[in-house]
Design a binder for this molecule. Sequence first.
Ligand code: CP
Length: 304
Amino acid sequence: MKHLIDIKDLTIEEIQNLIDVAKDIMQNKEKYSKKCDGKKLATLFYEPSTRTRLSFEAAMMELGGNVLGFSSANSSSAAKGESIADTVRVVGCYADIIAIRHPKEGAALVAAMKSEVPVINAGDGGHSHPTQTLTDLLTIQCEKGRLSNLTIGICGDLKFGRTVHSLITAMSRYQNIKFVLISPKELKIPDYIKKEVLEKNHIEYLETDNLEEKMPYLDILYMTRVQKERFFNEDDYIRLKDYYILNKEKLKNAKKDLCIMHPLPRVNEISTEVDEDKRACYFKQVRYGKYIRMALILNLLEVE
Ligand code: CP
């Protein structure tokens, strides 16, 4: 049985296939509207979410299927002490596929090991968020027309940002990718990403805390939120939360075809004045997320 726990579970050919199906869905919505007739998706969310949970649910509904689930641990029997392993075995009796988000790294893997239906990792702690990465790859492919020959700036919380870790892992497999990793020193990318992903794959990267200096070189600027929920110390969060605020002034030396992305939710790191800039892609990114999740559900359920 297939699961999606980490973006590395997919080859670049499999990713390209998902992107191609997502693009076909965008063009031919009616063709897909009954593909999951009679199927059910369960969303087990132990952590808050707007986009991921609702886009999974919208995706299944647009495929003609149904959805069930919970949106917080407190509204499930986890509050009574039920384990993830037991929960997925139970939910597998009701649903054909499960999307799970949990604050603990590795929780989705535990779920997959015990599940009798396909499991999708919808975010596990600070570790990984593979369906956000698929969303990001579809966005890059559609907005830039390619997944190679790109200089990608990633700015903000590179330490706790699971979308960042998954994106670097995925993009490191494409040709001629360079990363500019922009963060305060307290929120630098973890060593394991540098050693096991960037250096192992001989990917060119540099680390800096200066966004404006590197702006002219970027094809993509991926802004991220400082992850309040992962800080141990509130004073540190308050000191770092507004370290980067992207505004019109900071974009004045950016490329004309820069693609500005953000997994959202945004707090202060992109000023709302940037939303009108034609280079702002973060709300389009949300829309792409539904289509790639439709493609993923079809793939994992082995629907033709
Ligand atoms: N991008 C993302 O994971 O958003 P949510 O936390 O709202 O699901």
